[in-house]
Design a protein around this ligand. Structure first.
Ligand code: PLP
Length: 386
């Protein structure tokens, strides 16, 4: 029998020396040995042993075991940020002259990794509309190495049919990577559908308290060893033990938080979808979403983030609306306890975010742990300014 969800979140991999209830934080940069022979053996087995914290650390191990169990993979590996995890997953599996097929509009820095940074090393990328799996198939070339998915993306919320994309990849002997940050392993388990590497920005739901930047990848033991011995150790973008400990704490309430926002978010979305000043809502679990059926098929429950398009004639109107909100912080990121708003018009004028595809009337909303009624009342009063 596999471990229960509450056992994984609260017990798996933890230690209780001296009867400590909370699992210890191993805030140490290295580990000492009693003999040269012991030290030699630890070094020879560095992908598994405790030698140096730019490697393994017992606090990492506890977190890795939980994350692998949650995603249903053999292993996991921890990084300083989601972007570091994405970069390691991709870089470990391409070489000069390789080609990647990526869903269009991935996370902004994933986009930069593929179109700018790796382009300097001769890696080619094709960005495809991921709503049709055949678009991935058509973009495959003899030098294609992997398919990169992000379902849904975190601003316009298009999905990919994960099982269908994996089938395309397998037919061509390609690896698949997915960014599963939005859904969390509690709402979507891509490895069950055959995805090889599942990546998360743990800065979001897994941390859950807006106090950690961290990344994770979940994969086979062999893939973990491969990445560990190359990108993980050489680029060195590893997690701090304290951040791993904070993520262990975050996991304790992950199920509660994910269930809570699955109740509240659809209420807020419904309110906005009916409001005359709102042109459209972009939310996989709203019946107006063109992939609503697919969302219900491959995701367990609704997530806590969506976008909507205001009926605004100029950017100043969008700004006025956002500035009037009192229960939503104007901030990037998401996954914490507080509700946030991120208007797409913020991206206009930034050299790092050339996103002509993002309509300036779009506003992204992240629903925290507040009551839906309070958030709806705030949105209602702010919409009156339009
Ligand atoms: C935030 C985010 C990332 C990057 O993660 P960091 O922890 O900020 O480096 C990657 N993918 C998605 C979908 C994200 O939201």
């Amino acid at each position: 029998m596999s471990d229960s969800l509450s056992f994984i979140l609260n017990e798996l991999g933890e230690e209780h020396p001296h009867g400590s209830v909370a699992t210890p934080l191993y805030q140490t940069s290295m580990f000492a040995f009693e003999s040269v022979e012991q030290m030699r053996r630890a070094l020879a087995e560095e992908t598994q042993s405790y030698f140096y914290t730019r490697g393994n650390n017992p606090t990492f191990t506890a977190l890795e075991r939980k994350l692998a169990a949650l995603e249903g993979t053999e292993a996991a590996l921890l990084f300083a940020s989601g972007s570091a995890a994405v970069a390691a997953a991709v870089m470990a599996n391409v070489e000069q002259g390789s080609h990647v097929v990526c869903v269009q509009k991935p996370y902004s820095w994933t986009n930069k990794l593929l179109t700018k940074l790796l382009a300097r090393f001769g890696v080619e990328v094709s960005m495809v509309d991921g709503t049709r799996p055949e678009n991935f198939a058509q973009a495959i070339r003899p030098n294609t190495r992997l398919l990169y998915l992000e379902s849904p993306n975190s601003f316009t919320f298009e999905l990919q049919d994960i099982a269908a994309c994996v089938a395309v990849a397998r037919q061509h002997g390609l690896l698949t990577i997915i960014d599963n940050s939005y859904a969390t392993p509690l709402n979507q388990r891509p490895a069950d559908m055959g995805v090889d590497i599942v990546v998360h920005s743990a800065s979001k739901y897994i941390g859950g308290h807006s106090d950690v930047v961290a990344g994770i990848l979940c994969c086979s033991q062999a893939m973990r060893e491969k990445i560990f011995s190359s990108e993980y150790m050489t680029l060195g973008g590893v997690m701090a033990p304290f951040n791993a400990w904070l993520l262990l704490r975050g996991l304790r309430t992950l199920a509660l938080r994910v269930e809570r926002v699955a109740q509240t978010t659809p209420k807020v979305v419904d309110f906005l979808a009916r409001h005359p000043k709102v042109e459209a809502v972009l939310y996989p679990f709203h019946p107006s979403h063109p992939q609503y059926e697919l969302a219900k098929k491959q995701m367990k429950r609704p997530g806590g983030m969506f976008s909507f398009r205001l009926r605004a004639n100029e950017m100043a109107e969008v700004e006025r609306f956002c500035n009037r909100l009192q229960r939503f912080l104007l901030a990037c990121s998401w996954g914490g306890y507080e509700s946030l708003i991120f208007p797409a018009c913020t991206l206009y004028g930034s050299a790092n975010y050339q996103n002509p595809w993002l309509d300036w009337r779009l506003v992204r909303v992240y629903i925290g742990l507040e009551d839906a009624d309070e958030l709806i009342a705030d949105l209602r009063q702010a919409l009156e300014c339009l």
